[in-house]
Ligand binder design. Structure first.
Ligand code: SAM
Length: 224
């Protein structure tokens, strides 16, 4: 931790507690493990320096490379829907800043966060390492194809708008595991939960949402 951060550690902690109460509990997030993880993870550390003041903003915030760190509420909702348990192996598609990977690691998961943009992946990896999140691994690559090397996964969480649930995610998911992903058009998606039951996917839809596009083989074409 840098000296100026030490001085502000209590302020940041209080800001996270307020964020959890006003943005998450007030909107129906109930899982205490999710709420504790969000209060524990220093979200400001995952922001670009010029955006630190927006660390607890109730919306997505730019992190460079035309990408965003997701709204705290969307992170909390999707992680809650994933029903992650300690020790589970989770694939995160679209690691971005590394923040959501830290939340999952804080909950005891072994996280494989795959990110298409090398500059973001490198920054996320450096922050996670500095903060001691050894259970979070960042990989540079096309997560629309999953990450076969560490499969199978107990859960797959997707942080970019997918045109459909990728067949690779289904293939790399364990029996009983779940995929949580924003699925829909480029401009609007539905937060979708798909569970693998006896090899079949049982799909249900949660709230509407808007994410940056998932690119890559099973994503959208660049520049659409
Ligand atoms: N979870 C992130 C966080 O906590 O900061 C926010 C993710 S941001 C909303 C979506 C990310 O998905 C972007 O960083 C983008 O580069 C990445 N992305 C888009 N298509 C991808 C793909 N095919 N594979 C991996 N990452 C992808």
């Amino acid at each position: 931790m840098r000296e100026d951060d030490n001085a502000h550690a209590d302020e940041y902690l209080n800001a996270r507690r307020r964020m959890a109460e006003r943005q998450l509990v007030a909107r129906g997030i109930k899982d205490e493990r999710v709420l504790s993880a969000i209060v524990a993870v220093p979200r400001h550390e995952f922001m670009p320096p010029e955006r630190r003041a927006d660390a607890h903003f109730d919306g997505a915030v730019p992190i460079g490379e035309a990408q965003t760190i997701s709204q705290p509420y969307m992170v909390a909702l999707m992680v809650e829907l994933l029903e992650v348990e300690p020790g589970q192996r989770i694939l995160e598609v679209g690691a971005g800043s590394g923040y959501q990977a830290a939340v999952l690691a804080e909950m005891g998961a072994e996280v494989y966060g795959i990110e298409l943009i090398p500059a973001l992946a490198k920054r996320a990896e450096a922050v996670l390492e500095r903060l001691g999140y050894e259970q979070a691994h960042i990989i540079i690559g096309d997560g629309s194809k999953g990450y076969a090397k560490a499969a199978p996964y107990d859960g797959i969480i997707v942080a970019a708008a997918a045109p459909a649930i990728s067949p690779a995610w289904v293939e790399q998911l364990s029996e009983g595991g779940r995929i949580v992903a924003p699925v829909g058009s480029l401009h609007h998606q539905v937060c979708t939960v798909a569970r693998k039951v006896k090899g079949e996917m049982k799909v249900r839809e949660d709230i509407g949402c808007v994410f940056v596009p998932l690119l890559g083989e099973h994503g959208w074409d660049r520049g659409v």
